[in-house]
Design a protein around this ligand. Sequence first.
Ligand code: B3K
Ligand code: ZN
Length: 869
Amino acid sequence: MTQQPQAKYRKDYKSPDFTITHLDLAFDLEASQTRVVAKSRVKQLTEGADSLLLDGDSLVLKRVEINGSSWSNYEETEEGLLLSDLPAQFELLIETEINPEANSSLEGLYLSDGAYCTQCEAEGFRRITYYLDRPDVLAKFTTKITADKASFPFLLSNGNKIGEGELENGRHWVQWEDPYAKPSYLFALVAGDFDLLEDTFTTKSGREVALQIFVDKGNLNRAPHAMTSLKNSMKWDEERFGLEYDLDIYMIVAVDFFNMGAMENKGLNVFNSKFVLANSDTATDTDYLGIEAVIGHEYFHNWTGNRVTCRDWFQLSLKEGLTVFRDQEFSSDLGSRAVNRINNVRIMRGPQFAEDCSPMAHPIRPEKVIEMNNFYTLTVYEKGSEVIRMMHTLLGEANFQKGMKLYFERHDGTAATCEDFVKAMEDASGIDLGQFRLWYSQSGTPVLDVTTAYDASAKTFAMTVKQHTPATADQKEKQPLLIPFDIELYAQDGSVIELQRNGQKVDNVLHVTDAEQTFVFEGVNEAPKVSMLREFSAPVKLNYDYSDEELAFLMVHARNEFARWDAGQMLLAKHIKANVARVQSGESVEIPADVIDAFRGVLLNKELDVALIAEVMTLPSENEIGGWFDVVDVDAINLVRDAFKSAFAKELEDELSAVYHTLAQDEYSIDHAAIGKRTLRNVCLGYLALNGQGDELVNAHYAGSKNMTDTAAALGAANHAQLPCRAALMQSFSDKWQHDGLVMDKWFMLQGCNPAANALENVKAQMSHPTFSLKNPNRTRSLIASFCNNNPVHFHAKDGSGYQFLSDILIQLNESNPQVASRLIDPLLKLKRFDEQRQKLMRAELERLASLNNLAKDLYEKINKALEA
Ligand code: B3K
Ligand code: ZN
């Protein structure tokens, strides 16, 4: 880093002076010296403009020509290539040389296990050639790829294949043409030798689309689930959103070295193999569902992202929030809506709420960015989806779909803004979203404090709702938001009390708009039980002084499955919080019998979906619990959570054991009923492992397992309970799978979360395991990130050893892969949430990193924010 990285601000957006309408690319692939010839048609947009700065990074410039003649009016700068004395319209030729073999950042063109592939979002295209690498420049691309034929029989890029040929010296070429104008971030190139799974999909208008999934040799038997998920996505998008695929071919390539989940490049998605490869021997049910969701997500981007893209990167949530909303709806329509909602809400209440009160707090549409890759966050994605969901709630499905239609009518083929989306929703529905827009610009998690009063003589029930959003690192002043607040009232016998205000029947969704507001309901004949924030109708924290009895009532009588689960969570939260305080003042953990009984009732309820029972019986994570406190006491939280787990295991032993035995299945299938049964059975196993017969039971579960879901559950239970069989089972698994990194990630993850006293030493030792490599992001996440994020007691060890370990790793990754480093650092940024001693130790590590003289801007941005806070 030669100079301090500069921030960009949303308010400074300026359209470019020139645009590029066509780009013809030619690649001559060689591992260390790839030649790229880029011919563009450039057009002036601002009259009089005659200089143009093209973005570029790590390029060796070989040649510049304008209109066929060599051009010398240019300068190579820190940011790229500054061309001057330009005509108003011209053909530009740039030849550069790049080194894919040396590219360990996995951004731009790189080699993944011998195959070439690209990752260009957000600003990786500038590592391929000098270009206007910004999303509001849309060009039609052709791509010619030349490479050695024996090593790289498949040469792929966006769009349709328009030519191919053989060359001397064993090389061959293929040329592709993408008929849709696109920004550079959607460009992709892949060259390699793969196994190929092929199928077709006929669209609703009768066009046949070729579907191709490319996987590493030998992995063909792990590709069918991804193919099924793709076809399901295509069908669902036609049925629910009326959206049809627009090219004749859709390709997916699975690679082992990838910084994130997958990438929606036009017609040629590149995927982390984790989100493609599955069979019952290698993948868990969670993996199967993850594949379905990510395949869906990338496919849905074809309309929300590719056909309509973002004007600038501050608008990222325009495509990401909306596409997450769409993939969540897809998973909910195909599987259990309640279970999907519960899992999404867990992410919001856990890591997203934590991000909201961290130094990285930002609105879903950020105002200020140094490194764009730092803003592919839970806030932009998950909270962004919640904001879309709130609009869906306020408008209803029919109006929402009218809004989508209008959005495409207005913006198809262009680069749009979040405001364009909201305006389309507003215009199509006639519903005023004025105040609602604040969700795009205000950061932080709003808090709702609710109090109620029943007036028996007037038969009225009043709910007073106060809202406030605590100040965040990026924004001190907050305003009241429009919060859709979904409620339901119940009578003692469980019947629903109709909501009536001012003599009118009213909807369940109240519009909370003011700092304080009272809603009075009439005709309420008895003091009601009230279910609030149903379906998590807004991404807020709710405070209401529920009694145990009310929560136990809602766990049984709430009509909505999500609300039942949520009542269980609130009951747990109440007692976990109280017990953390007890432990901190030297008392022992106490769990009232009525709490245990409420969960016993759920476990024995034959009417409930088993998948929902499994969710109800799952305790909140240590991280989520940490979020309930101003100062996180990792040791007390761990102790209390373990005590709850043991108490459930002991008090509910007979019921857990009965459920465990009745849910055994002979055959493996991945339908939702079968998944639900396995999930609940394995939740029961996790508890039973803590009891006297745990070792025997878990051993038998492992030995009898015929699928990875059960195998991983046995290992997880042995690991958490530190059973005597743990070592042997871990060894058996590693012996069987050490040739397969993707499968071994489950094992590394357990090493990361190992509760044993020597957890850190053990993690360090596993870094020498033959399957581990810090160069592979999946391995790094499974071992290192799981330790730092999901082993709080050891990561936050009082001697600072966990912090020091992380920063040692970050020093390496800062050079080799700054994007992975920047994700990994997150737990260290949250120093303010810990006691003074830990804060001091965390700060010392941040300062050590800050003093590196080659600090990547990814880490620079986050570390600076954390140290400033
Ligand atoms: N759009 C990509 C994410 C790109 C991340 C760049 N650091 C995947 C997705 O959201 O679908
Ligand atoms: Zn996305």
